[in-house]
Design a binder for this molecule. Structure first.
Ligand SMILES: Cc1ncc(COP(=O)(O)O)c(C=O)c1O
Length: 425
């Protein structure tokens, strides 16, 4: 490794820096990997994005990579206006629609630019024209709803409907306390926040003022529970968590909202839903072909596995492996979002050891050092959550395996047994 490369990787923040050792040097540590379907060692990949993908889909993609879909070209070199790619677009949309039961009233797009670009596209397409001067309602449920709100603030008035009074986002005030604007241009919420491990699976539709379009950033949990798409007007999700590779954002938009009537006058082309809708086969500029294609293979595979009911059952089983241990640990482990709140996430289990502060922080650091540095687990160290110290985060999107989470659970148990002095002191 050159000095220059070393200097760059050392500049990465601690929670993303990873380890210096090579994965193959850890082969002998049993809790450092799982064994995949073909006997290959698989890393304990707890990354929140790019997230782990199913080995079966990756192998299918590898087999079809050079001569994709019998086209004589690889997906990397396929013309975006070619018939083979248009066929892939159609199959990608059809499988995504089937998987999520998207109604005919809604359009599907694979926008370039990730979910972050849609943070701006939503206000740009919905707060202009006839909606000029209207505020947009934002339910504040964590770090990512702050990012979405901040983007909207650049374009118009934002009304924060509700916010955890503690400022930690470990809970959300009940819908009866929400301060909704009956004239809002739209209502926006984030269905799962990846930082504190909070998820909203039962949105209270009755709290929504009649006629206000409902928009959801479902990046972290789309496909893991039966979301009622018909009751939403806009649902968008970064593909790199639950579906495919990075660089695209899956968007489901009610057809009549893709219109010039509520668009802002100054509109970056990449945010303009109408321009993409009117382009041949909804392809306005060169899409991230590989992510559209991989998403297609993956959605088809998800349908074969049993669709949303299968992935919801898996999400429950997988997250309960850790929550059951945490809840029966007599205070040795603790989540921030409590079970009683009803907002505990199945996608990210975020926890600490004992109080996670003072002397106990040494235990958290020991846990992180052993799992990250000695066992090579990827992305286990979480952001400080505004608490001033790091915590532990285990990400388990749709394709996280039970085997991987079992390794995590077994390590947690071993760590607890070797440090337990009888619960909270
Ligand atoms: C809830 C949520 N929304 C949006 C994003 C941003 O997505 P992207 O990186 O595709 O812009 C993330 C993280 O990647 C996220 O966790």
């Amino acid at each position: 490794m050159s000095t220059e490369q070393g200097a760059n990787s050392q500049n990465a923040p601690a929670h993303v820096a990873g380890l210096d050792s090579r994965f193959c040097d850890m082969n002998d540590a049993p809790l450092s990997h799982t064994i995949g379907p073909n006997g290959a060692k698989r890393a304990i990949n707890l990354c929140a994005g790019q997230a782990s993908l199913p080995q079966e889909v990756l192998e299918k993609a590898a087999a079809e990579f050079v001569d994709t879909d019998g086209s004589g070209t690889s997906i990397m070199e396929m013309g975006y206006r070619s018939k083979p790619f248009h066929r892939i677009m159609e199959r990608a949309e059809a499988s995504f629609r089937t998987l999520l039961n998207v109604p005919d009233t809604h359009e599907v797009h694979f926008f370039n630019g990730g979910a972050t670009l849609q943070f701006a596209a939503v206000p740009l397409n919905l707060m202009g024209g006839e909606n000029e001067g209207k505020a947009a309602d934002y339910l504040m449920s964590g770090h990512w709803s702050e990012k979405a709100r901040n983007e909207a603030k650049m374009f118009g008035k934002v009304n924060e409907v509700a916010k955890d009074p503690e400022g930690t986002y470990f809970s959300i005030p009940p819908a009866s306390e929400w301060n909704c604007d009956p004239n809002a241009a739209y209502f926006h919420y984030t269905s799962a926040d990846t930082r504190q491990g909070l998820e909203i699976r039962n949105f209270d539709y009755d709290a929504l003022p009649p006629g206000v379009p409902l928009c959801c950033d479902a990046s972290a949990n789309l496909g893991s529970f039966p979301m009622d798409i018909a009751r939403h007007d806009v649902v968008y999700a970064a593909a790199h968590k639950n579906f495919s590779g990075s660089g695209i954002c899956y968007a489901i938009i009610r057809k009549d909202l893709i219109s010039r009537k509520n668009q802002m006058k100054a509109m970056p082309t990449m945010c303009n839903w109408v321009k993409f809708q009117e382009a041949p086969n909804k392809i306005y500029n060169v899409p991230v072909l590989t992510s559209v294609w991989l998403g297609m293979l993956n959605c088809e595979w998800m349908i074969e596995k049993g669709g949303i009911p299968y992935f919801e059952k898996l999400a429950i089983e997988r997250s309960n492996l850790l929550y059951d241990l945490i809840d029966s640990s007599d205070g040795f482990y603790r989540t921030f979002v409590t079970a009683e709140s009803g907002f505990r996430s199945r996608m990210q289990v975020v926890f600490t050891v004992k109080t996670g502060t003072g002397d106990d922080i040494a235990l958290v650091e020991e846990f992180l050092r052993e799992t990250n540095d000695d066992l090579g687990w990827l992305d286990i160290r979480s952001h400080p959550l505004g608490l001033g110290h790091d915590v532990i985060r285990v990400t388990m999107y749709n394709h996280q395996t039970i085997d991987t989470i079992t390794v995590v659970r077994d390590y947690m148990k071993k760590f607890m047994d070797s440090h337990n002095t009888g619960g909270e002191e």
